[in-house]
Design a protein around this ligand. Structure first.
Ligand SMILES: [Zn+2]
Length: 278
């Protein structure tokens, strides 16, 4: 078996030779102008070089290192098996494209920064968190709303599941859910509340005191109601983190029955909430 390097035909072909020391490999590494460590003219093996890069470079340097090493190895196999190889420029270019494609594919899986969904979190001490949601019928039937009030220990203090008679616009349904959250909080005599819903439009209308939309009259009522608390704010939570309120609103819509729990809530609801608080 021929163990001489198939490219330079001079030295013994080891992994280090093929990837780092062969003249053809060196020509590719020479393209890395801003490399934070010396790859050419050093006697380290591939693993030690990677470790050095981890210490002295960035994550992106390390990605480049592996990308270029792979590209050199791929080219070496092309020479051996297909009898065709590329010049250093192309090998380098292939590595860079490969890394960019990989990052692009990854960024589509991981959501871009700034849009990360916030998970449900208990409120600060002495503050009650009111999660609300509205559901509208797909075809015919009732709209429904759900209110669930939890304390800072993630204990459910009250819940309300209410079908609405008649048809309402989505904005109205979401606003009615907020309004009912306030009504229930008043009934319980709470002083500090946070209203949380997954309708950006409704939350924005409340925060900007905009009473001119479809649900303007309801928003107006919500704003008046909020004045009756020592502190009250409305904020948005993504639908995924508002799952329990969402599910229960769907149920209210389907069952057509109003249910209200104060103090003691059904075991399955309490369990669901415990799970969400983890
Ligand atoms: Zn060689």
């Amino acid at each position: 078996m021929d163990v001489t390097c198939p490219i330079c035909k001079k030295d013994l072909e080891t992994v280090e030779h093929a990837i780092l020391r062969c003249v053809s490999a060196k020509a590719v590494w020479a393209k890395w102008i801003d490399c934070p460590i010396r790859i050419l003219d050093c006697s380290l093996d591939v693993t030690d070089l990677a470790l050095n890069l981890m210490n002295q470079g960035t994550q992106s340097d390390l990605e480049k290192f592996f990308g270029v090493a792979w590209s050199i190895w791929y080219n070496r196999n092309q020479v051996v098996n297909e009898d065709c190889g590329a010049v250093a420029e192309h090998i380098w270019g292939l590595a860079i494209r490969l890394i960019e494609d990989f990052k692009e594919a990854n960024s589509q899986i991981i959501k871009p920064k700034g849009t990360k969904d916030r998970a449900w979190k208990p409120p600060p001490k002495d503050v009650y968190l009111i999660n609300v949601d509205g559901a509208i019928p797909a075809m015919e039937g009732n709209s429904g709303i759900e209110v669930i009030i939890r304390d800072w220990n993630n204990q459910v203090v009250a819940a309300l599941s209410m079908p609405l008679s008649g048809r309402f616009a989505v904005e109205e349904t979401e606003a009615i859910a907020m309004e009912q959250g306030i009504v229930l909080a008043k009934e319980l005599g709470l002083n500090q509340i946070i209203l949380e819903g997954d309708s950006m439009q409704t939350v924005q209308a409340i925060c900007s005191k905009d009473v001119w939309g479809v649900a303007g009259h309801i928003i107006h009522g919500i704003l008046q109601g909020m004045n009756g608390f020592n502190s009250a704010e409305a904020r948005y939570i993504c639908r995924n983190s508002n799952k329990i309120a969402h599910e229960l609103a769907q149920q209210a819509k389907r069952s057509g029955e109003e249910c209200k729990w104060i103090g003691v809530v059904p075991e399955n609801l309490a369990n669901l909430c415990r799970l969400e608080g983890i």
